[in-house]
Ligand binder design. Structure first.
Ligand code: ZN
Length: 454
């Protein structure tokens, strides 16, 4: 089902015409706002949107997160403050978040984009949506909330955390759609299982729309097994609008359709910023074609994914992006090899005896950094020597067992570099209650990131 079929299945030529027209409006809007983006456009010789074509895009200037920080709090606004009806923010630096403004029309656009994502997952009027994204300054909770209302569904604003209350709400209200981060879906699934609620026994969930952090196919399989639903990815970032920039369709579930009638997307080489061909991993770059308060030309997201065009069984003509495999900033350089944490996750989660929780430690105690992957046995205690949830290995000496040797071999094969593996008793690693899971820590000496590690 499509929420806006005319837009979502528009023929390619017509879509390009619409994007062209909107790109010119965007350039004119930026020039009129007379901020840092106008300055860069003029330096690049662009003084009007009129002559700008889609093929000129790679030559146009880019923006990045630093521009938003430099303009903190509201100097990036392209409209008068009195036209801004909402402000949101994302994680920032030095205690300053990145602030993003929305006009009434921006909020309506955002709601429609989230409604498209929910409809693509099979939700519609009458669906009951349990929304466990955090409500607040971050865009996840309120974005999905407004999208659900726009769609005509019933939304339960559960927000993040207070897991026992969430279990009660799910048991009593029987939602068919769950929305939250993938790591919280696991946490919630475990809590539901502990309360005796399982697929086919007390759970009516059919679909889940999960995003705000990178996740692998293996994690998707774990979530689907635990909750008995179809797990679909949603993508967005507050600088651009929030969740709903792109979403997976239930029909194919192999990549996210980008709402490119509003968010023009490119993939570029993260180092040279040159466009990469379709099918090649690159950094995603978005131009907001219709945003009023916070228009952005060629915003470099730092998110790494590949674009793919072609027909989809769902009938959408919108370009697909692969799941985000990592962030430009998350890229670890271990002995000269570039590694994204998600590549390690994929190997770890292939191992059935392990729980989906893991922590990567960049051990910087020696001159050459080493990567150490900490994981846990699954709660069913299927690890060797009974080292599961009630494992005996709690005295701090973690030996290298068969699972470790196996995983180290496999990681070396896949990544081309040595990664140390330690499998810990269940429950040792820190769990996430709200927001994004911490997957990578650096250890330069002093207190180990997990007690007993040496
Ligand atoms: Zn599709």
């Amino acid at each position: 089902m499509m929420f806006e079929p005319d837009a979502e299945s528009m023929p390619a030529e017509q879509l390009a015409g619409l994007q062209q027209e909107r790109l010119r409006v965007l350039v004119d809007r930026l020039l009129a706002a007379d901020g840092v983006q106008a300055e860069r456009l003029r330096s690049a010789g662009v003084t009007s949107g009129g002559g700008v074509g889609l093929s000129d895009l790679p030559q146009l200037p880019t923006t990045e997160k630093k521009d938003l920080w430099d303009a903190y709090p509201l100097r990036m606004l392209a409209v008068d403050r009195s036209e801004v009806v909402a402000l949101h923010g994302s994680s920032g630096t030095g205690g300053r978040p990145t602030m993003v403004g929305y006009t009434r029309s921006d909020l309506r656009l955002w709601a429609r984009m989230c409604a498209r994502a929910l409809a693509a997952a099979g939700a519609g009027p009458g669906s009951l949506i349990h929304n466990a994204y955090g409500y607040g300054l971050f865009t996840g909770g309120l974005g999905i909330h407004q999208g659900a209302i726009e769609l005509g569904a019933t939304v339960v604003p559960a927000s993040g955390g207070m897991t026992p209350r969430q279990v009660t709400l799910i048991r009593d209200l029987q939602p068919d759609v769950l929305t939250c981060t993938p790591s919280y879906a696991i946490r919630l699934g475990e809590a539901l299982a502990d309360a005796g609620l399982r697929p086919g026994a007390g759970l009516a969930l059919r679909a889940g729309v999960f995003g705000a952090e990178p996740w692998s196919k293996q994690l998707r399989a774990r979530i689907e097994e635990l909750l008995g639903l179809r797990a679909l990815d949603i993508y967005g970032l507050s600088e651009v609008i929030g969740p709903g920039v792109a979403a997976e369709c239930a029909e194919a579930a192999d990549g996210l359709h980008v709402n490119e009638d509003h968010f023009l997307v490119e993939a570029v080489d993260p180092v040279t910023a040159k466009p990469v061909p379709d099918g090649t991993q690159g950094e995603l770059v978005f131009s907001t074609l219709t945003r009023e308060a916070g228009p952005l030309l060629r915003y470099r997201t730092g998110d790494i994914a590949a674009l793919r065009r072609g027909p989809c069984p769902c009938g959408r003509t919108l370009v697909k992006m692969s799941q985000v495999t990592g962030r430009r900033d998350d890229m670890l350089v271990i002995r000269g090899v570039n590694i994204y944490p998600s590549e390690v996750e994929r190997v770890l989660l292939e191992h059935a005896s392990l729980s989906p929780d893991y922590l990567l430690v960049v051990d910087e105690r020696a001159a050459q950094s080493q990567l150490l992957a900490l994981c846990e046995y699954a709660p069913d205690g299927s690890g060797p020597d009974g080292a599961g949830r009630d494992g005996a290995e709690t005295d701090g000496a973690y030996g290298v067992g068969p699972a470790e040797a196996d995983l180290e071999l496999r990681l070396r094969e896949v990544l081309g570099v040595r990664v140390g593996v330690r499998v810990l008793p269940g429950g040792t690693l820190p769990r996430t209650e709200v927001g994004k899971a911490v997957r990578v820590v650096r250890w330069a000496g002093g207190e180990p990131p997990v007690p007993g590690l040496s």
